[in-house]
Design a protein around this ligand. Structure first.
Ligand SMILES: Nc1ncnc2c1ncn2[C@@H]1O[C@H](COP(=O)(O)OP(=O)(O)OP(=O)(O)O)[C@@H](O)[C@H]1O
Ligand SMILES: [Mg+2]
Length: 267
């Protein structure tokens, strides 16, 4: 509907954005540099950010720019992740059936990842998304993982990604050994106001818009409601465009944003 009405090639502000079309804010570029560093140094990274800020998208972009042969990428986003399913996930990606007993699965993990590194020139990248939801048993396993072979050479990079509570979790005394081994951390906040404007314009351009569809004041208001969080910006922009269509207009202005804001606040 939005696409046809405004004569676009694609529908803008969708959930999935191909990596090549992503908007690269200053923070995004810093986050990407840290992620590259964690991968190359086979370190432990912790990435936090507000809900909808773009954490998982940044991880997807990382996996897209890595050579899949040299950097086998294992992405796990399971809010109920337990050690058993973690090992099953990793080992099956290496074509190995995990042992039933957790201790044996750990040994397999140790052997397979070391072999991949030493004999096949691979540097696996393990990403645990939604890590703020990890159970106590999985956190204890993370502690084990970060103490790989008594801290001698680690053959893989481990990246924990989650909402801001993850930082508080890692401050727990039992997790101090994990915290001390973090080699890079980054907190992804919302976009700055000029970036929200650039994000909206970029997204519309990618969708094939040849003229502005939002007034300056509408963008400023969208920024203040969304605090520059891309998912919220997307939702507001979509709702505003639908509102313009309903009104038979051509440009989102302040009145559209205010109407949409009322609905947004009632949710
Ligand atoms: N750099 C970007 N360029 C374009 N769109 C983006 C970008 N970052 C995020 N988005 C948009 O914002 C949405 C939310 O991003 P994402 O799912 O990565 O957030 P998140 O931080 O992982 O959220 P959650 O805490 O809910 O897991 C994406 O679906 C995408 O539409
Ligand atoms: Mg996410």
């Amino acid at each position: 509907m939005i696409r046809n009405y405004f004569g676009l090639k694609e529908t803008p502000f969708t959930k999935y954005v191909p990596t090549a079309n992503l908007y690269r804010s200053q923070a995004w570029q810093e986050l990407s540099a840290r992620l590259d560093h964690i991968v190359k140094s086979r370190g432990l990274g912790v990435i936090t950010g507000e809900v909808g800020a773009g954490k998982s998208t940044a991880v997807r972009a990382l996996s897209d720019r890595l050579d899949p042969i040299r950097y086998p990428f294992i992405y796990i986003a399971d809010s109920a992740l337990e050690p058993r399913s973690f090992y099953r996930e990793v080992l099956s990606q290496f074509g190995v059936t995990p042992a039933y007993c957790q201790r044996d699965a750990r040994r397999q993990f140790d052997r397979i990842l070391m072999d991949a590194y030493e004999n096949q020139g691979k540097q696996p990248v393990l990403v645990i998304d939604e890590a703020h939801l990890l159970s106590a048993s999985m956190l204890a396993e993370v502690r084990f993982l970060t103490n790989f072979r008594f801290d001698s050479l680690c053959p893989f990079a481990l990246i924990l990604v989650g909402q801001p509570e993850l930082r508080a979790t890692l401050r727990l005394r039992a997790l101090e050994p994990v915290r001390q081994r973090i080699s890079a951390r980054y907190h992804l906040g919302g976009l700055e106001e000029h970036e929200t404007k650039a994000y909206i314009e970029h997204t519309l351009k990618q969708a094939g818009a040849s003229r502005p569809l939002f007034s300056e004041s509408a963008i400023a208001h969208i920024h203040s409601i969304s605090r520059g969080i891309p998912r919220v910006v997307n939702n507001l922009c979509t709702a505003c465009l639908l509102d313009v269509i309903a009104q038979g207009g051509q440009l989102v202005d302040m009145a559209n944003v205010q109407r949409v804001q009322l609905d947004y606040e009632q949710l």
